[in-house]
Design a protein around this ligand. Structure first.
Ligand SMILES: Nc1ncnc2c1ncn2[C@@H]1O[C@H](COP(=O)(O)OP(=O)(O)OP(=O)(O)O)[C@@H](O)[C@H]1O
Length: 465
């Protein structure tokens, strides 16, 4: 029975207190299998060892003593030393998958009288009433535990809003129920620190809203004949093909399982088989999973004229793997493959073997509005002077991929730092530099853009000589 602790368990728990390094409550982080932000899943065995019960509220302790609260769920099949938590919990604990956190029972949590939350995004751009559209549905009927300082994301359609818990009464944590008054009015919090989360969300990607919407709609289609579970993202390098599955997994609360085509092709057949099998088992264990296969073209035959027996075998393994994950029973598994060498995948291979893939183009952002959106995302954590003209920069960057726009922004910031260093070097006394005085200016963007143009002109003239 969950929660009953035998004498051996009791003994081990006591030992764990004495020998802190071997503490029973230290667990390795894994991505969640449920799409609930507040849930942490442990093996039933571990729950019993720790003297907990399923649905208990626990305190989770991560890096730099960051703490949050979550609800424990049991998974009979799960490994004892692991804990599955949502990306939101991971962020609040400032940890990544594979790192270690501690848990302990939260004995003093009570129903909240009031909670104070503020949006982190710029609410002017968010349609609808924050309370009705985002907060009420998020807290409705869940008895969600929260802690002061937590950041949580509420996703409605393809729009996500980050909120920060400013305070709770009682403090520092409480359970939000229908009796709790949610205070949410006030100036949005600047995203500087809060959205520098490890989690990639739709808010981090620009110019691909339609494509994400298309994938979601096809995957969720109620009509089984139209439902689509395999997608091939193709397009030029650096356009966001890798960001998309990461953001979708985080926002949909799905387990992301990444496979790299080139890496697998360099393995032995036995190891490649192991990778596919493990990916399949992991996806099966999840309530919702996205299998992301990057460098997909490397795994397909024919395009590699030199394909040897080992490679041919791996391709066969891939096709079996795809047939398995596409099996009728696995409606909750999405496959997203990505390639920037689509043209080199022989059409007949694609048409005959992989017909069930929906092809989606994620290309260079030729639309100024798309580049504008990407620039806004890339500069949102930067301190900018008022003269920075995003429209001007977007107009001057026709043909740039998202990665190049991101690079342009970081180069402009570096340019600004370089300027400040030059000034400091010329001074006799070292002065304290205010962050605001390091605000990146339009002149910094112009400088980098000029350099890029100059380099391209030089390259052109070299090629024509
Ligand atoms: N649409 C976008 N919005 C915001 N940033 C982007 C976008 N596309 C690319 N970037 C920036 O470029 C980086 C690389 O993007 P990403 O890895 O998704 O490209 P990709 O299309 O997968 O490239 P490749 O085909 O070479 O694998 C991202 O980490 C991000 O900084």
């Amino acid at each position: 029975m969950a929660g009953s602790v035998n004498s051996t368990d009791e003994h081990r728990a006591l030992e764990a207190i004495l020998y802190r390094k071997n503490r029973l409550n230290r667990l390795i982080i894994h991505q969640a299998v449920t799409n609930d932000n507040s849930v942490a899943t442990l093996s039933s065995n571990k729950i019993a060892q720790l003297g907990l019960n399923s649905n208990d509220v626990v305190i989770l302790i991560g890096k730099k003593c960051c703490e949050t609260v979550g609800i424990i769920l049991a998974d009979a099949e799960y490994t004892d030393d692991r804990i599955r938590v949502s990306p939101i919990i991971k962020n609040n604990l400032r940890v990544r998958a594979g790192e270690v956190i501690s848990i302990q029972k939260c004995t003093d949590i009570a129903v909240g009288k009031h909670i104070y939350v503020l949006p982190i995004n710029n609410v002017q751009t968010i349609p609808g009433n924050l309370h009705e559209v985002y907060l009420q549905p998020y807290f409705n009927e869940v008895r969600r535990p929260i802690r002061t300082g937590d950041v949580f994301t509420v996703c409605v359609d393809t729009r996500s809003v980050h909120f920060k818990v400013i305070g709770t009464e009682p403090s520092p944590h409480c359970i939000v129920t229908s009796d709790t008054v949610i205070h949410y009015r006030g100036d949005p919090i600047k995203p500087e620190v809060e959205v520098s989360l490890d989690v990639i969300s739709y808010d981090d990607i620009g110019g691909v809203t339609q494509q994400i919407k298309q994938i979601k709609e096809k995957f969720d289609d109620n009509d089984a004949r139209n439902r689509q579970r395999s997608f091939l993202l193709w397009g030029e390098p650096g356009t966001g093909k890798t960001l998309i599955p990461h953001a979708m997994a985080n926002q949909m609360g799905a387990q992301l399982i990444s496979i790299n085509g080139l890496e697998i092709m360099s393995k032995s057949t036995v190891d490649a088989n192991k990778t596919f099998t493990n990916a399949f088992l992991e996806a099966q264990a999840a309530s919702l999973a996205i299998i992301f296969i990057d460098e997909f073209d490397a795994l397909l035959p024919i395009i590699r004229q030199t394909q040897n027996e080992n490679e041919q075998h791996i391709t066969d393994l891939l096709l079996t793997f795809l047939r398995n994950v596409n099996g009728r029973l696995h409606r909750y598994i999405m496959v997203i493959a990505a390639t920037n060498r689509y043209q080199s995948i022989r059409p007949y291979i694609f048409h005959h073997t992989l017909t069930n893939f929906k092809k989606i183009y994620i290309g260079i952002h030729n639309d100024t509005a798309d580049r504008l959106e990407i620039l806004a995302k890339c500069t949102r954590n930067m301190v900018l002077t008022k003269d920075v003209d995003h429209v001007k920069i977007a107009n001057e960057t026709f043909g740039y991929a998202g990665a190049e726009l991101a690079l342009l922004c970081s180069e402009a910031a570096l340019r600004r730092i370089q300027e400040e260093m030059n000034v400091l070097e010329s001074q006799e006394e070292t002065k304290y530099v205010e962050t605001d005085s390091l605000a990146v200016a339009q002149s910094n963007f112009d400088f980098v853009l000029d350099q890029i143009k100059q380099t391209s002109l030089n390259r052109l003239s070299r090629n024509s000589n």
